[in-house]
Write a protein that binds this ligand. Structure first.
Ligand SMILES: NC(=O)C1=CN([C@@H]2O[C@H](COP(=O)(O)OP(=O)(O)OC[C@H]3O[C@@H](n4cnc5c(N)ncnc54)[C@H](OP(=O)(O)O)[C@@H]3O)[C@@H](O)[C@H]2O)C=CC1
Ligand SMILES: CC(=O)N[C@@H](CCC(=O)OP(=O)(O)O)C(=O)O
Length: 314
């Protein structure tokens, strides 16, 4: 059976990455619009309604408009923007979130693809709240650095353009109202918003997301082994998410922005010091891979009942 797909915003940073992953797959047929039509509401309406599955790679307002242009009762939507991530009627597109979530996604019509930062954060924290190792009211912090393609065409131009004044590293989100915090809070199972301290590094793609934990101060003072076991159990057999052993992590001693390269993998590490009872949990991913395009294609595969990793970069 062939599935008709339309990528709205197909020539943007995320849209191009998705197109690359869908190319040459005989089970999919792609609707594309000419350059002159790609922002034309009538042309987009036709394409949106002709598709079995649409992937929205648009700014938030344009994504809301695209959903409003769909006037049939069957086109299924995967929205890569922030517009619908905590909206009623939408399923959060992180299949690994918790047991049973993949099945919920497979039966959904409207899927909101996670943000890149929440992907790393939730992968580290959700198994720990589920296991009761991190209490729901624990004050959690998440920090990290992202490649500048995380900011789309505008930030790429800022770093690569002739007038660009690229800096090696900049902290942002300093007002603590980053748009990813609501989805981090809701899907982690935490009662309070995590304190989120992001930064951009002068590299095109890749990100390192870190959750530090003062294990000795937590109820039951969980060990590094307890934390590692909960993560390893949660992702056992996962084709995309890996959890390094404590020994591997300790031997590695560092995680680079480029750790997974241009792939759709998500690599998790537990670092720490058993004597001080402190841990640094780290997720490495590609913001354009599992952080955006890889997740969108994984969700498309799940919705269409295809192999979950078809077209993905392993
Ligand atoms: N970059 C990343 O790492 C991630 C991005 N996302 C999300 O994915 C979405 C796309 O981001 P990204 O690809 O980075 O952004 P880009 O700015 O690179 O691409 C957005 C595309 O949408 C097009 N567009 C804007 N308005 C309309 C419209 N009304 N109709 C049709 N097309 C329109 C733009 O056109 P034009 O080319 O003319 O500007 C552009 O091609 C955003 O919501 C972003 O938040 C999610 C996770 C990670
Ligand atoms: C480096 C950088 O600026 N990154 C973006 C997030 C990229 C992403 O996940 O996008 P959406 O949530 O918009 O879909 C930011 O922090 O706003």
């Amino acid at each position: 059976m062939s599935h008709t797909i339309f990528i709205d915003g197909g020539v943007g940073t995320t849209g191009i990455e998705i197109g690359d992953r869908l190319a040459g797959r005989p089970e999919l047929s792609l609707i594309t619009l000419d350059e002159k039509d790609r922002k034309d509401a009538a042309a987009r309406r036709d394409a949106l309604n002709a598709a079995d599955i649409v992937i929205l790679c648009l700014p938030d307002d344009a994504a809301r408009e695209a959903v409003a242009l769909i006037d049939n009762d069957h086109t299924r939507v995967i929205d890569a923007s922030t517009a619908h991530r905590v909206a009623d009627g939408w399923t959060y597109g992180f299949p690994e979130l918790e047991p049973g979530h993949r099945e919920k996604l497979a039966a959904s019509r409207f899927v909101a693809n996670p943000g890149c930062w929440p992907t790393g954060f939730l992968a580290l924290v959700r198994p720990l709240t589920l296991a009761g190792l991190v209490p729901a009211d624990w004050p959690v912090t998440v920090s990290g650095a992202s490649g500048y393609s995380g900011g789309g065409k505008a930030m790429i131009a800022e770093y690569e353009g002739a007038d660009g004044a690229p800096t090696a590293f900049r902290a942002y989100g300093l007002g603590l109202g980053h748009k990813h915090v609501p989805e981090m809070t809701r899907y982690s199972g935490l009662v309070h918003p995590p304190l989120f301290a992001p930064a951009v590094a002068n590299g095109y793609r890749g990100m390192v997301v870190e959750v530090p934990l003062q294990l000795r101060a937590m109820p039951g003072a969980p060990s590094l082994g307890d934390v590692h076991a909960a993560l390893a159990d949660a992702y056992a057999g996962s084709p995309l998410v890996s959890v390094a052993s404590l020994a591997e992590s300790a031997a590695m001693g560092q995680v680079q922005l480029e750790h997974v390269g241009a792939t759709d993998r998500l690599a998790l590490f537990v670092f720490g010091n058993a004597d001080s009872g402190q841990a640094r949990l780290v997720a490495a991913l590609d913001n354009l891979g599992k952080g955006a395009a890889g997740a969108a294609v994984q969700n498309l595969n799940i919705l269409a009942g295809l192999s979950e990793i078809a077209g993905l970069r392993l």
